[in-house]
Design a protein around this ligand. Sequence first.
Ligand code: SAM
Ligand code: SF4
Length: 370
Amino acid sequence: MKDLDRKEILHWLTCDDAAALEELWQAADRVRREHVGDEVHLRGLIEISNHCLRQCHYCGLRAGNRDITRYRMAPDEIVAAAKQARDFGYGTVVLQAGEDEGLTLDMVSDIVRRIKAEAGVAVTLSLGERTLDELRAWCEAGADRYLLRFETSNSELFERMHPPRGGNRPPRMEVLRQLGPMGYEVGSGVMLGIPGQTWDDLVNDLELFRELDLDMIGVGPFIAHPATPFGQAGAAPVPGQVPATELMTYKVVALARLLCPDANIPSTTALATLNIAEGRELGLQRGANIVMPNMTPPEYRVHYEIYPAKACIRETADLCNRCITGRIQKIGRRIGQGAGASPNMRRRGRSQGASFERLAPGEKPRGLRR
Ligand code: SAM
Ligand code: SF4
């Protein structure tokens, strides 16, 4: 169903008929199985710094929030967490942070080199809009993937909620488009239900996933943080406002799978936050194939509060590992082995972390036309 048109995408986004939606879940699950299999790849998430110089209207880490304790993990602590991820059997670590210039070009390059040499896992970076020189250097140091959500394809809304940093820097979308040619496996995504986001915007977001031919697509509901402009009065919904609900998240996960059958799609922490009992499992049964267990040491993770009541914020890496592997096995899926590069990437042969494997193009997904 790679060729779903705008009308069909809108139909599913606005459909509230549980029986009809069952058809969408089943189609997404079938396409997921056909294209990326039953394996669920685990990416150990290490939140390496909560310093941020941006003023995003949605995020609790914004520079203007004086109510959080700022931290930056030391390189040895980051490498130790990566080794622990390797010992749990994870094939990848994701180093995520605010836009923090304390994470210098040399420091991140060294950390990447050390993780590759000492832990031997694939490295995903998610460090915001960094300069092209920094991004190139980190890729050359061995980083395999870069994750930069475009958040919304509505450029006017994006500029309003993510004020430009100033200076002569390329815009986020331009940075995103440069990552693939540099050699990265590229991840992006959006938040759902951002105040001001319309159905039309969301259809455009989904079409942009397809156009960008992403290797990884992360989508999660917007969750209001009281210490941000969007968490306070003034973030008014618009006519045709997309709701920030659990159901909407499953719909977008399922549609992303149908439109981009070969992409890696995580069942996100934000989904688990909305439904701690079975949010992750339902995400995995409606198109997702990746989970990112949190590896951040407990003394730091409580301070990485992008939104309140974030799932797993008081757990340890060991608890998260046991909880998540148990949940995956319970729904009859297997834990993936190795780096888990997306079939897209493996076909292009750009992957540095995983051994090269040429795949035959997958069968076209079936069904679901209206
Ligand atoms: N600073 C980097 C960046 O912005 O790309 C990476 C870290 S940032 C915390 C990671 C993601 O968190 C963002 O891309 C955004 O989609 C998500 N996020 C931030 N605030 C959120 C909120 N209030 N609700 C849901 N997701 C949020
Ligand atoms: Fe900083 Fe990223 Fe949060 Fe924006 S979303 S305030 S860039 S951490």
